[in-house]
Ligand binder design. Structure first.
Ligand code: NDP
Length: 263
């Protein structure tokens, strides 16, 4: 069975940054695949501007659009309230921290403000969002997942952080180090990797899986037109990997192909 099929057993998935790019594609692929979860909670900071997402939601009644600005604590708490009403006692099965920004700057142009701005969105926000949604994740995890088997995975409760290969400290060496000398983005994704690892340790006792995934280099606003992968190709692989996660993947850093990446 393909991993993506496992979304059939997943009651609810929440995606941040669903207005465009990979977030929008995740919502689209989940809604239109034969493995659609019960509730797809598509969050965006400005729903009124997310035209394509609105059109998708018109077609698929299991898409629920909720406002969430990932760097605004009040907005985070408001979204938890709304999601709680939506999922009720079922809780939230899968939280995908996808929203991200790339503040491009090299050694010569980088400023403290640029570093902090990129950190806030890419590393701090996923941590604050996961903390805020913890009661709903715990609620889902305590139900034991599909069939009440109690094994870890998206059918029970999971936090997926959309990271980047560019956050790998080990891979930023030799020939590879000559490209993408982006201090704010790279360090924010390294920090997100450590946040993922720390949360995997802390949430494991609750039966909540946590991991980080690299989606490949993808043709989105962020990835640019030169990227080799289309959003459909990337998301199809990413969903397959996420759908197949088990205990052994807790605290992992995986490529969209499913292979383990070096930290
Ligand atoms: P895009 O720039 O195309 O989209 C970014 C998304 O994040 C938008 O929906 C944007 O919303 C949202 N966002 C940014 N800031 C906030 C915020 N404060 N609150 C809510 N939403 C916000 O990027 P991609 O789709 O390409 O990237 C998605 C994720 O994948 C990112 O984390 C990125 O780092 C990662 N990634 C992407 C790669 C690629 O090649 N594309 C490679 C490796 C990792 P809005 O429309 O409101 O601005």
């Amino acid at each position: 069975m393909s991993g993506a099929m496992n979304f059939k057993n997943c009651g609810s998935v929440l995606v941040t940054g669903a207005s465009r790019g990979l977030g929008l594609q995740i919502v689209d692929s989940l809604a239109s695949g034969g493995f659609s979860p019960g509730k797809i909670i598509a969050t965006t900071r400005e729903p009124e501007r997310a035209q394509k997402l609105q059109e998708l939601a018109q077609k698929h009644p299991n898409i629920h659009i909720i406002t969430l600005d990932v760097v605004n604590q009040e907005s985070i708490e408001g979204s938890v309230e709304e999601v709680g009403q939506l999922v009720q006692q079922e809780g939230l099965n899968c939280l995908i921290n996808n929203a991200g920004i790339n503040v491009v700057a090299d050694f010569h142009t980088v400023t403290a403000e640029m570093m902090i701005e990129n950190f806030r969105t890419n590393a701090v926000a996923p941590l604050m969002i996961t903390k805020a949604f913890l009661p709903l994740l715990k609620q889902a995890a305590s139900r034991g997942g599909a069939g009440g088997t109690g094994s870890m995975g998206i059918q029970r409760a999971a936090v997926i952080n959309m990271t980047s290969l560019l956050g790998s400290v080990e891979l930023n060496w030799g020939e590879r180090a000559n490209n993408f000398k982006w201090y704010p983005y790279r360090t924010s994704k390294s920090a997100l990797n450590m946040v993922s690892r720390c949360m995997a340790v802390d949430l494991e006792p609750n039966g909540i899986l946590c991991m980080a995934i690299h989606p490949g280099w993808v043709r989105t606003d962020m990835g640019g037109s030169q990227a080799p992968l289309s959003p459909e190709e990337s998301v199809s692989s990413v969903l397959s990997v996420i759908g197949g996660l088990t205990e052994k993947d807790n605290g992992s850093f995986l490529n969209f192909t499913g292979e383990v990446l070096p930290w």
